[in-house]
Write a protein that binds this ligand. Structure first.
Ligand code: DX5
Ligand code: ZN
Length: 231
């Protein structure tokens, strides 16, 4: 994992939606490495958020890569639409009713469209269930809350899962990004980094902080220190 960078991805879900353009610019000015876009369909999760046009509008006002988290039941139908909206990376969940072969097909299609591909696991899903998909992904997203809403409490019992995925990636000699998402702040960013996470989705703890740059800097510094100590 020598070539991995510690990165932050603020979740736009936690922004002030009446001022979306300003909020996107604020995240960029705060030094965010990418922008986390949570798309929810009211089926895969019990909530709805925003759609592809909003991703495209946000992409139009920033250089930050669009990190799209598809919390939807049929993400494979929207790969080209998301490419056209400017997505740099698409994360899909593994429990969307597709076989592993069908998931591989979707992940390959994401890459064939020029984007990074990632797979995510809900809290109840064990690490091993995504091991067959590792050759087809650039990143694994470990949910540290039940997906569907921002502002929830980080689940510390996800730490062994992160460690197990990092162990398996190292065993295979993969420079795999591991993203954590849900209730992430400075304190638990360090805990997740110590067991192998290197990409940090920060919603409430960044957009709702008094100083967004300071909040993201702190998450990054804490994670960098812990990640290196964990090597
Ligand atoms: C939860 C979403 C998260 C969420 C993160 O379903 O996937 O990305 O917006 O926000 P916080 O950091 O507030 O938990
Ligand atoms: Zn998310």
């Amino acid at each position: 994992m020598k070539n991995l960078k510690i990165q932050t991805s603020p979740s736009i879900l936690a922004c002030d939606w009446l001022h979306l353009e300003d909020e996107v610019r604020r995240a960029e000015a705060a030094g965010a490495d990418m922008l986390h876009c949570d798309i929810m369909d009211g089926m895969f999760v019990p909530n709805m958020s925003f759609g592809f046009d909003i991703v495209k509008l946000m992409h139009g006002v920033t250089k930050m890569p669009m990190d799209v988290h598809m919390m939807t039941s049929a993400p494979q139908k929207y790969i080209e639409v998301l490419r056209d909206a400017g997505a740099a990376m698409i994360t899909i969940h593994n429990d969307i009713g597709l076989s592993d072969d069908e998931l591989v097909e979707a992940l390959k299609k994401i890459r064939a469209c020029g984007m990074k591909a990632a797979i995510s696991l809900r809290p109840k899903i064990p690490a091993e269930s995504i091991f067959p998909l590792l050759p087809y992904v650039d990143m694994v997203l470990v949910m540290t809350v039940e997906p569907g809403f921002g502002g929830q409490k980080f689940m510390a019992d996800m730490l062994p899962k992160i460690a197990a995925i990092r162990y398996e990636a190292d065993r295979r000699g993969m420079d795999l990004d591991i993203q954590v998402d849900g209730g992430i702040n400075e304190e638990n960013a360090a805990r997740t980094a110590a067991v192998g996470a290197n990409v940090f989705v920060v919603g409430t703890a960044s957009f709702r902080a008094p100083d967004m740059k300071e909040a993201l800097d702190k998450v990054k510094a804490a994670a960098e220190k812990a990640f290196l100590s964990g090597l």
